[in-house]
Design a protein around this ligand. Structure first.
Ligand code: B12
Length: 338
């Protein structure tokens, strides 16, 4: 610990005195260690891009993370054994190679206002920004009454709006309280759609869905679970931060054939691997298919393999598509004939 703090001081120099900058630096070092552990430079590259978007307001001095990362290999050579330092250099250089061409993550916003649902997403977010949940809710309910599928609302309204909320928070244009308000409102409005979600015919397959231990982001995996429910699956959505052993016990008692596990923060990778290991080690659950997903898996497309999972998908639609292939289900979510 003391060594890491000393490294932070050496790396960031006077900027290390600013708490926000120090925290971002700490997270970057953690991501570098993880990228090295897993041999996935993509995780670190994403973190550097993310750090570049943090606004001066949030991190005080607004350091130039690119320039700081360029200094990192030389410093690590002083702090790590030769071979590890050489590996770290490769990861840092690969991340830096992506920076000049890539804009910071999310720099252009997540709402696509050229489509009608994109415009509605804008109105929905504006209503929430004004603290007006009733208008936001009415927009959604009216759209569904007009015949727009709930899945479309999830993927074209709730998902981009939540990502935009994250971008506004990251760039210091939204407070944590506003973010919490928007998130809570969206969860409430999702619940208003439940009579439609639980209305379909069942196909006899059971899914357990949860976020890993330590993970607090729950909307993504809730959407995944709801998509399966709409496809006729019997779903056990357990929110997030569920202890690994309890996930395995639920899979076993409910005789689930599929487990969907979500992780948004890459630092929870150890918990993710633990769940998968416990499922595989239990003779009664070892054949259950495991689908993993969440932000890091979209950033680093082959990360799922290093977790010994069966697959990943970048969104809820991709998840049901993949499962349909595994379990021989047709477009209506029912088992295929013959
Ligand atoms: C709301 C929110 C929170 C809330 C969550 C509350 C809740 N009840 O869920 C709270 C306040 C708890 C929170 C905390 C933090 N957050 Co936050 N949060 C968000 C925010 C704004 C929205 C998340 C969301 O609802 N997304 C919408 C869903 C639909 O998208 P999704 O999760 O990606 O899910 C889709 C796919 O990924 C996929 N998928 C997801 N899971 C799975 C699983 C399977 C099996 C499959 C196949 C697919 C799949 O399908 C989903 C649906 O299509 C995001 C912004 C963003 N870009 O997402 C930041 C964000 C994720 N948070 C971030 C950060 C930094 C944090 C904190 C570290 C902040 C802090 N300093 O405390 C903590 C970490 C907490 C923790 N230990 O987990 C960063 C992460 C950046 C990074 N480097 O990775 C983001 C990106 C914000 C930003 N732009 O900087 N956060």
């Amino acid at each position: 610990m003391a060594r890491r703090e000393a490294l932070l001081d050496a790396w960031l120099g006077p900027a290390a005195l600013d708490a926000g900058t120090r925290e971002t630096g700490r997270q970057l070092l953690e991501q570098l260690a993880q990228a090295l552990d897993l041999n996935h430079h993509g995780l670190f590259a994403y973190s550097v891009k993310w750090s570049r978007l943090i606004s001066p307001g949030k991190s005080g001095n607004s350091p130039d993370w690119r320039r700081l990362c360029e200094k990192l290999p030389a410093l690590l050579a002083d702090h790590l054994p030769v071979e590890e330092a050489a590996e770290a250099r490769k990861v840092v250089e690969a991340a830096l190679a992506e920076l000049p061409i890539e804009k910071p993550v999310g720099s252009s916003g997540f709402l696509r206002e050229k489509t009608s649902l994109g415009r509605m997403a804008r109105d929905y977010l504006d209503a929430l920004l004004q603290g007006d949940r009733a208008t936001a809710s009415n927009l959604v309910l009216r759209e569904v009454e007009k015949g727009t599928c709930v899945k479309e609302i999830y993927l074209r309204v709730f998902q981009p709006v939540q990502r935009e909320v994250g971008r506004l928070w990251q760039t210091n244009r939204m407070t944590v309280a506003q973010e919490h308000f928007c998130t809570a409102a969206t969860q409430l409005i999702m619940s208003q759609l439940y009579p439609r979600i639980f209305a379909g015919k069942k196909n006899g397959f059971t899914l357990v869905a949860t976020g890993v231990a330590g993970e607090l982001h729950e909307i993504g995996i809730r959407m995944v679970a709801d998509f399966f429910e709409m496809e006729g699956w019997n779903t056990f959505y357990c929110g997030t931060n569920t202890p690994a052993a309890d996930v395995v016990a639920l899979v076993e008692t409910e005789k689930a054939v599929l487990l969907a596990v979500s992780m948004t923060m890459a630092k929870h990778l150890t918990s993710m691997r633990e769940v998968v290991r416990l499922i595989r080690d239990n003779p009664r659950t070892r054949d259950v298919k495991i689908l993993v997903g969440g932000l890091p898996f979209a950033q680093s497309p082959d990360l799922w393999q290093s977790c010994q999972a069966d697959g990943t998908a970048s969104d809820a639609a991709g998840a049901i598509h993949l499962a349909a292939g595994w379990f021989g289900l047709n477009e209506a979510g029912s088992p295929m004939e013959g």
